[in-house]
Structure formats: structure tokens, C-alpha cells
Design a protein around this ligand. Structure first.
Ligand code: GCU
Length: 344
């Protein structure tokens, strides 16, 4: 039944990772900003020791980059379990809405208690979430605020910053398990997390939560938010080439299943919420089914419509749907941790 449902969506076939990534950059997100010429890290002296009841340390780190002929710096927080007898820690790079630690979308102590380290960044420390292309990294990349039709949109800039957070993690290779890095985020930052891992093969895992339109969800036949809606309200998340697909999804030489497919052969877990009609859980799920052939082990699920509270973590691409609203909740984190632990 799922095959028939998918056939009715008329998706373009999968291509090679290189081709899909090129199309997604040119037509949707804009090309990633260039790799920095140099990156260095200032670890602040007032690091919080004995964080989370003494189980972790939290360092505030300034990431300093020379990029595109300019200089750009931003803060990240590295919260790392301090028990050095437990081996190397798998870790999350969480692109968050706020700099708070913990935060309502980030139950830090629970993450630490599960044996993970956590590097978090606040997206507006990179560039503003609006049409101002003179702000932060955008101003360095596009002096005068002018960008080409395939120039990086804000999502691509936030993704670039998550890659720099991974550059920092690489300096901690004796503490962090660099083969088990997971980039994650919610909603617009779930779109960002998928794009980050699609473009940067150092990430072994990606998790998007409620990423919906222009994230995990396929656009053809999608309910809730459409390309026309998103480019009307948030054109700056994308490159200008994307705007022509407003009301014109059938003309797209791609669909959003290309995004998780670019993460293969690594692993991706997609989270939906039952009341998140704007994101459209069914189209997020079908996207995972459509991307499955790109993976060694595609999604493992029954051949029926999904039901609330389904979770399908066994494949290299997995999906779950939590009851409730659009939110990055504790249950989402628990299922994400379960997914990563399953794929050792
Ligand atoms: C809006 C937008 C979504 C986005 C969400 C968010 O609802 O339409 O595409 O995911 O904001 O980031 O919270």
C-alpha cells in the first residue's frame, strides 16, 4: 500500500548523492559558504565546572573563523560528561533557537545521563532570522547585502556554523567519539540539521524534528505548508532560485526526499508530532520511504498508514511520530538516543 501511495506523489527518482546535493544547493538552500581559511577556538576561563550535579563541565567557546576574506566569530557551549573512565562519548551538535543551557528544547542533564556530550549553538548568533543580509556571517559573505540567485540563504549559513562546531569537537578527539556525531534541530533548525548532514559527511547521524516544508517532508501532494507559503513568509531561509517553485511544485527537478537521501550511507532519524499538520507528518514519513533505496538498510515499517506513536528506528533511515504539538520534547530526545544506541 505504501508503494501505491508513494506512486501517487509522482516523485522524481533518486540520483547520486553528488547530483542531489548540487540540485538542493542550487535550487533550494543556496550554496554553502566556503570552508574557512582558518578556524581557532577561545575557551573562556569562567567555564562552569560541576554542571548537572557535578556530572559534566560546560565550556563557553568562541569559534573564530577567517572566511571569504573576512573575519567572523560566534559562541558555542560544550557540555561534556566529566567521568573519564567511561570511554569516548557520542555527542550531539544541537542547533537551537536560544543560547540557554538547559533549554526547553534541550534537556541537558538527561542527555548527559544517557552518556552523550552536547555542543549547542544559538542560530541568531550566526545571522539574524530575517531578510537582513548584512547581519553576522551574511554580511561577511555578501558585502553590501547583495547575494547571487544561488547564494547561501540563512539555513545554509546556520548549517555552516554547525560544521564549525564539529571542527571544535574534532579538537576533543580523546574525549568525544568522532565516529558518532549527530546534528539535530527542530523545525526551521530541523531543516538546517538535515542540510548540514547532507553536506558534511563527518556527521554519522542527523535528526530533524518537525522539519516539515523544505525539510524532511516531500512537497508533491503535501498538506499544510507549501512552497508558496514558506517563500512568502521566510524567503531569506533559501536562495532566490527557490522562489520560482511557489505554486509550481510539479516543476521541481527534485523533491525533499533528496535531502535525507544525501545523508546515506550514514543514518538519519526523522521526528514528527501527531498535531503538527503544518509540517505534515504523512509527507515526512513518505519522504523516508522514498529515500530508503539510498540506504543500505531502508526504513523498517509495516505496509500501512502510520499511526500516532509509531516508531521505526531499525533502518539506517528511521521515523517516529510522537503525540502532541510542534515542539522538541523530551520524548523526541529519548527516541533519538534510542535510535543512535541501536546503530552501534
Ligand atoms: C513556521 C514555518 C515552518 C517552520 C516553523 C519553525 O511555522 O512556516 O516552516 O518550520 O516556523 O521553524 O518553527
Amino acid at each position: 500500500m505504501l508503494n501505491e501511495l508513494l506512486a501517487s506523489r509522482n516523485l522524481p527518482p533518486l540520483k547520486s548523492r553528488g547530483e542531489m546535493l548540487e540540485i538542493l544547493q542550487r535550487e533550494v538552500y543556496g550554496f554553502l559558504p566556503p570552508k574557512p581559511d582558518s578556524v581557532s577556538f577561545d575557551v573562556e576561563k569562567d567555564t562552569i565546572r560541576r554542571f548537572c550535579a557535578g556530572k559534566a563541565d560546560c565550556d563557553r567557546v568562541t569559534v573564530k573563523c577567517s572566511v571569504a576574506g573576512g573575519e567572523f566569530s560566534f559562541p558555542i557551549l560544550a557540555t561534556i560528561p566529566n567521568d573519564r573512565t567511561k570511554g569516548k562519548y557520542p555527542f550531539f551538535i544541537h542547533i537551537n533557537f536560544r543560547p540557554d543551557n538547559p533549554d526547553r528544547y534541550m534537556p541537558t542533564e538527561e542527555i548527559i545521563d544517557n552518556g552523550f556530550a552536547l555542543i549547542s549553538l544559538c542560530y541568531t548568533d550566526i545571522t539574524s532570522d530575517d531578510g537582513d543580509f548584512t547581519d553576522g556571517l551574511a554580511g561577511v559573505l555578501f558585502p553590501g547585502g547583495k547575494r547571487p540567485a544561488d547564494g547561501a540563504g540563512k539555513i545554509a549559513m546556520w548549517a555552516w556554523a554547525a560544521m564549525r562546531a564539529l571542527d571544535y569537537a574534532e579538537t576533543l578527539g580523546d574525549i568525544l567519539d568522532l565516529d558518532r556525531a549527530c546534528v539535530c534541530g527542530h523545525s526551521r533548525l530541523g531543516k538546517t540539521a538535515l542540510f548540514t548532514a547532507a553536506a558534511d559527511q563527518r556527521f554519522a547521524f542527523a535528526y530533524s524534528n518537525g522539519s516539515g516544508c523544505s525539510g524532511a517532508a516531500i512537497q508533491r501532494g503535501k498538506s499544510g505548508e507549501t512552497v508558496a507559503d514558506i517563500v512568502e513568509h521566510f524567503p531569506f531561509w533559501f536562495c532566490e532560485n527557490y522562489y520560482k517553485y511557489a505554486g509550481n511544485e510539479d516543476e521541481m527537478p527534485f523533491d525533499q526526499h533528496y535531502l535525507p537521501a544525501c545523508i546515506a550511507p550514514r543514518r538519519v532519524f526523522v521526528g514528527s508530532a501527531s498535531e503538527d499538520a503544518w509540517a505534515d507528518p504523512l509527507s515526512e514519513f513518505l519522504s523516508c520511504v522514498a529515500a530508503s533505496p539510498a540506504f543500505e538498510k531502508g526504513i523498517v515499517c509495516p505496509d500501512r498508514l502510520p499511526e500516532t506513536d509509531d516508531k521505526f528506528p531499525e533502518g539506517d533511515i528511521g521515523w517516529h511520530i510522537r503525540p502532541g504539538m510542534h515542539y522538541f520534547s523530551r520524548l523526541d530526545w529519548q527516541r533519538l538516543i534510542e535510535f543512535i544506541n541501536l546503530h552501534k
